[in-house]
Design a protein around this ligand. Structure first.
Ligand code: MLC
Ligand code: AMP
Length: 504
């Protein structure tokens, strides 16, 4: 048996001297370097007693080594579990307890605290770079550069990515080798990636977009990438002439449009701009076209399913739509309650099936069952419709979720934190249109009688517990929350009341 995903990359790999990536510190990694160094990292994992199926939890800054660690996990048959670098220790404690990783890999700055947490769940901690807790990179550098890849079949787990729940705790989406391989193959073909492509990679590599859409597509095409640690719009404009493609969340495009140097000349070597993870405003699509001559290609996906739909490569890329179901992916619009398919044009729940759809939530069979229909379709929680030409429109969300700058934030999680504070009676957290982040997290809070708790006090109380990007951009105090006759908070009314809060 082969190693399903890594062999798929290997089978399409270009000559070893071809460039895989150039990092922003000037370091370059060829495909040959990637093979040799990911083998060394795989040996290091074995030395640390990582066995096939073991989880390797990773919270590290973006770097070539972080990417090599992902590939080493695949080759060693381990399950890669990337974690947002913004997660606090409180958040990490939950992930470690739930996933029970064998190994935790982190950055030196947080190593002491993380090691103490990891130990409680029986995991060993190493740092990726630096010294102290045993640097994995240093250890790997002394090991052989050939590795006999551990056999993994299509159904074996390649990764677990945590996605927050609308109720309760985060759920680990289990992604198999074939989920990832099938989607990468389809995207390479659909978006016409070849070995000559150079992708500007400025997304984080702990979520689906940066890790699987961007990186797997490059690897599956034998292409190369300019691997940027952070999204810096001035720098991205300066890199455009050296690249052929860019993938980003809508906030990337909004910020790039504020750059003076962005024009047709700067973008003349680019053949493809892709946007996803959050809705791209039609006005951004239009402004981009006017400035660069390019129609951004918008696609739609999620952690559980990888990519589901895409606007066409050839043909009209219609602003405000996410295009058509990708080859091999089945999409239908169903009645949210009954699951009955709806007539064309009607608004309903988007449901997906195909080789891209995950196997279920880690150790949560009941939650998994609740999100699949009897015939195997996955219920996305996104509301949409298909227009007369077949383009899919996402018109809203059936789930209470805010997407800010491409990151998902679940109001329930913040409401629980805020409601638990002394001086707070209750709260409602909503997303309000925001010119930069798409939606701005906003907390509407009712104090208890005589309480004088301030916004600053609320924010500082949650600082240690909740990742910074989830923090409300504004806290607004009210006497009471609007409720319907059933007693449910009417968030739609709140969103309406505060709709111009961030208007620029
Ligand atoms: C950072 N901050 C955010 C934020 N990102 N606040 C709200 N929403 C965000 N997305 C906050 C920080 O906490 C900080 O707060 C301040 O903004 C500046 O921080 P920064 O680190 O300098 O931010 P910046 O680098 O400007 O980051 C913005 C960004 C980044 C848009 C470049 O958020 C980003 O890379 N987003 C991409 C997310 C992504 O990859 N999503 C894909 C998910 S997969 P303070 O208070 O300290 O100043 C998926 C499936 C699919 O959805 O379909 O792809
Ligand atoms: P995540 O759980 O981080 O993978 O986020 C997935 C969610 O992002 C989807 O369920 C959608 O709500 C949203 N999303 C992704 N791409 C798009 C898009 N192009 N337009 C609108 N929403 C999107």
């Amino acid at each position: 048996m082969s190693n399903h995903l890594f062999d798929a990359f290997r089978s399409r790999m270009p000559a070893q001297e071809r460039l895989l990536l150039e990092a922003d510190d000037g370091r370059r990694l060829t495909y040959g370097d990637m093979l040799a160094r990911s083998a060394q990292f795989a040996h290091a994992l074995l030395q640390l007693h990582v066995r096939p199926g073991d989880r390797v939890a990773v919270q590290v800054d973006k770097s070539p080594e972080a990417l090599l660690l992902y590939l080493a996990c695949l080759r060693a048959g381990a399950v890669f579990l990337p974690l947002n670098t913004a997660y606090t220790l409180t958040e990490l404690e939950y992930f470690f307890g739930d996933a029970e990783p064998r190994l935790v890999v982190c950055d030196p700055a947080k190593a002491t605290e993380i090691a103490a947490l990891a130990e409680k769940s029986g995991a060993v901690t190493v740092t990726l770079n630096g010294s102290g807790h045993g640097s994995l990179t240093e250890q790997a550098s002394r090991l052989p550069s050939g590795f006999h890849d551990v056999a993994r079949g299509p159904e074996d787990l390649a990764a677990i990515l945590y996605t927050s729940g609308t109720t309760g705790r985060s759920k680990g989406a289990m992604l198999s080798h074939e989920n990832l391989a099938s989607n990468a193959r389809v995207l390479v073909d659909h978006w016409r990636f070849t070995r000559d492509d150079v992708l500007i990679h400025a997304l984080p590599i702990f979520h689906t977009h940066g890790l699987f859409v961007a990186t797997n597509v490059v690897l599956m095409a034998g292409a190369s990438m300019l691997f940027e640690q952070k999204f810096d719009p001035t720098r991205i404009v300066s890199l455009l002439p050296r690249a052929t493609a860019l993938m980003g969340v809508p906030t990337f495009y909004v910020r790039l449009l504020r750059q003076q140097g962005l024009d047709r000349q700067a973008a003349k070597n680019i053949r493809l701009f892709v946007s996803g993870s959050a809705p791209l405003l039609a006005e951004t699509h239009k402004a981009w076209r006017e400035r660069t001559g390019h129609a951004i290609l918008e696609r739609y996906g999620m952690t559980e399913t990888n990519m589901n739909t895409s606007n066409p490569y050839e043909g009209e890329r219609r602003a405000g739509t996410v295009g058509f179901a990708l080859p091999g992916v089945a999409l239908r619009i169903a009645d949210p309650e009954s699951g009955e398919p709806l007539a064309q044009g009607e608004i309903g729940m988007i449901e997906i099936s195909g080789p891209n759809v995950f196997g279920g939530y880690w150790r949560m069979p009941e939650k998994t069952k609740a999100e699949f229909r009897a015939d195997g379709f996955f219920v996305t929680g996104d509301l949409g419709r298909v227009d007369a030409d077949g383009y899919v429109h996402i018109v809203g969300r059936g789930k209470d979720l805010i997407i800010s700058g491409g990151y998902n934030i679940y109001p329930k999680e913040l409401e629980s934190e805020i409601d638990a504070l002394e001086g707070v009676m209750e709260s409602a957290v909503i997303g309000v249109a925001h010119p930069d982040f798409g939606e701005g997290v906003t907390a509407i809070v009712v104090r208890t009688p005589a309480s004088a708790i301030t916004a600053a006090e609320i924010l500082s109380a949650i600082a240690e517990r909740v990742a910074r990007y989830k923090h409300p951009k504004r806290v607004i105090f009210v006497d009471e929350l609007p409720r319907n006759t059933m007693g449910k908070v009417q968030k739609n009314l709140l969103r309406e009341t505060y709709r111009d809060l961030y208007a620029s």
